[in-house]
Design a protein around this ligand. Sequence first.
Ligand code: AMP
Length: 172
Amino acid sequence: MIDLKEFIRDVPDFPKKGIVFKDITPLLKNAAAFRRAAKEIADRYRGQKVDAVLGIEARGFIIGAAVAQKLGTGFLPVRKPGKLPYKTRSASYELEYGTDTLEIHEDAVAKGDRILIVDDLLATGGTMNACCGLVESLGGVIVGIAFLVELDFLKGREKLSGHEVVSLINYD
Ligand code: AMP
C-alpha cells in the first residue's frame, strides 16, 4: 500500500517567507502514486450520480482531470480571470492581502447538474468557497468536494460546511 504523504515535499518560505508550500510534483511524477490518488478520490463517489468533475486552475486541473477519467465524466475548468474565452461568470474572494477572482464558463454547468469539485489543497477554504458559489449560482448541485491535501490546522473545512469534504493527506 502506497503512503501518499511520502510523495508530498515541504518547501519552506515559498512563495513567500513563513509559508511551507506543499509541493505535489513528486506525487505526480510517480505513476503509481498519481494513479492511486486519482483512484482513491474517484472510489469515494462511485455509485453516486456525478455529471462532471470540476477542477480549479492550475493544480486542480491535473488531479480533477485524472478523477474525471476514472469516473467516466467530463471535466470543467475554473480559471483565473481573463483566461476563459467564452461568456463567463466570476466570483471574488478575500486573501490575506487583497482579493482574488475565479471564473467559469456560463454554460459549463446546467441547472441540476451534479458536480464533483476537485482541488490539490485545502488551506483557508476561501478558494473553494468561491468556487462552490460559482457552481451554485449556475444551478449546479455539489455532490462533493475532494482534495489531495488538507491543512487541517487552518480549519478551511468550516468555510465549506453543508458540503461533504474528502481529503487524502492530512496535516494536523
Ligand atoms: P485557500 O483558499 O486558502 O484554501 O488556498 C487554497 C489554494 O491555494 C489551493 O489552490 C492551493 O493550491 C494553494 N495553497 C494554499 N496554501 C498552500 C500551501 N501551503 N502549499 C501549497 N499550496 C497552497
